[in-house]
Design a protein around this ligand. Structure first.
Ligand code: GLC
Length: 424
């Protein structure tokens, strides 16, 4: 790419992300915009601006983690100083580390204390702390308490029971006049969110495992993985709308929150919004663990979450690190937990009475949050996005009915073997 083409690309990215270069602020931070996320980020930044006397531009990023990653990769590989502080996914530190500052050089020791050690470890690459944990995530199961009661059904414990119960209630509600009712919604678009959903289905079966195991062995071509995907394939057009093949978090929440789904898989942020005053389902929602794969399976939640990193190309690294320290502090994490059910990364906040009163399942599902199953990003390092892309594309093909689970998994195994070569 010539310098002129590069500049044109960056200007285009800048415009797409809503940068304004007219009145340069002291810093620029990019935040997610899923649900209330952007406003929540802006509010936290405003508190820091007031206290510090500095000005910050907040720019939003696409909702799909996969799209966000390619945007960041373009910006970082161009060594652009446009963004100082970046919100980065829990699966990215290994891939982006060369472009990020070691925050240990900028932050006081206390800043990292009290955070879950596993998250600090996750963000430490070659002894460099490349990002501070901001919020953690785990896949959870949302259900309509009122409908389970009306049809006298328990909260389903296995995916098989979920399928049955979804069918019964969907049919009953449709017969009663709600023709738009569906049994289940989840994130089915071919993107990172589908990797999380499908990992949960597969690993919830006894021998399903995690695509690539902790030793780096490719384990995906197995009978339990096929069993999980075959069941998921059967949902499409039956208890799950065909359109879910294009859903991210927000589309799934839209259907559930407007009262048109019995069950939903989503992250904790959806809770505060489902309970808000303009929600159709306020007071009717339960949150629990995701179903197991069969009676001998296990409840699995994919570990998600986001961190704040400072770009190596920032013109104001010290100031950027100060902003990161404030946004990831206990005070700000508590505000975000209470106002919008974002999971703190600071252990003690899970015992905070105000946090627990606002989001009771932070207490009841504590074990789920600390035992989330990581995607194989640490073990596959730089190759993670290729691994995840290959995985979600295969799962999407299976869900779309273009291939069987067995065939899809067999060719996925070969593809991953090609990506791996001899070592990750
Ligand atoms: C959530 C998770 C993140 C994950 C994404 C997938 O934002 O926190 O880790 O990659 O969902 O859609």
């Amino acid at each position: 790419m010539t310098p002129r083409q590069l500049l044109a690309t960056l200007t285009f990215i800048g415009t797409a992300m809503g940068f304004t270069h007219a009145q340069a602020a002291d810093l620029t931070i990019s935040c997610g915009a899923v649900g209330a996320e952007l406003q929540l980020c802006k509010d936290g930044v405003a508190i820091w601006e007031k206290r510090s006397g500095h000005s910050v531009d907040v720019v939003s990023t696409p909702n799909s983690s996969t799209e966000r990653l390619s945007l960041y990769q373009q910006i970082l590989s161009a060594h652009s100083s446009d963004i100082d502080v970046m919100q980065i996914d829990v699966v990215w530190p290994g891939m982006l580390a060369p472009h990020l500052l070691d925050l240990r050089e900028y932050l006081p020791e206390e800043a990292t204390q009290g955070h879950f050690p596993a998250l600090i470890d996750n963000n430490t690459i070659n002894n460099r702390l490349v990002a501070m944990p901001w919020f953690t995530d785990a896949g959870v199961f949302y259900y309509r308490k009122d409908l389970l009661e009306k049809y006298d059904q328990p909260v389903p414990g296995t995916w098989e029971q979920m399928t049955e119960t979804a069918r019964i209630i969907q049919q009953g509600e449709r017969e009663a006049g709600n023709s738009g009712m569906w049994g289940y919604v989840f994130q089915g678009r071919a993107y990172e969110g589908l990797t999380c959903n499908a990992l949960e289905w597969i690993d919830s079966y006894p021998q399903g495992d995690t695509i690539v195991n902790e030793d780096g062995e490719i384990t995906i071509d197995n009978a339990d993985a096929a069993r999980a995907l075959t069941l998921a394939q059967s949902w499409i057009g039956d208890i799950v709308p065909q359109g879910a093949l294009n859903y991210t978090e927000e589309e799934a929440r839209g259907v559930f929150q407007s009262g048109n789904a019995v069950f939903m898989r989503n992250w904790p942020y959806a809770w505060a919004l489902a309970q808000s005053d303009n929600s159709e389902i306020k007071g009717k929602v339960g949150v629990g663990v995701l179903p197991k794969g069969g009676d001998n399976g296990q409840h699995v939640a994919a570990l998600g979450g986001w961190n704040l990193a400072v770009s190596k190309y920032s013109d104001s690294p010290e100031l950027a690190a100060e902003l990161v320290a404030y946004l990831t502090s206990p005070e700000e994490q508590k505000r975000r937990a209470i106002e919008a059910s974002y999971n703190p990364t600071i252990e003690s906040l899970y015992q905070d009475q105000e946090v627990l009163a606002a989001t009771p399942f932070f207490g009841t599902l504590y074990e789920t949050f600390v035992n989330g199953v990581p995607r194989p990003s640490a073990v596959t390092g730089d190759n993670y996005s290729r691994v995840s892309n290959a995985f979600f594309n295969t799962v999407h093909e299976v869900l779309s009915g273009n291939t069987s689970a067995e065939q899809g998994l067999e060719s996925l195994e070969s593809e991953l073997t090609r990506i791996k070569r001899r070592r990750w």
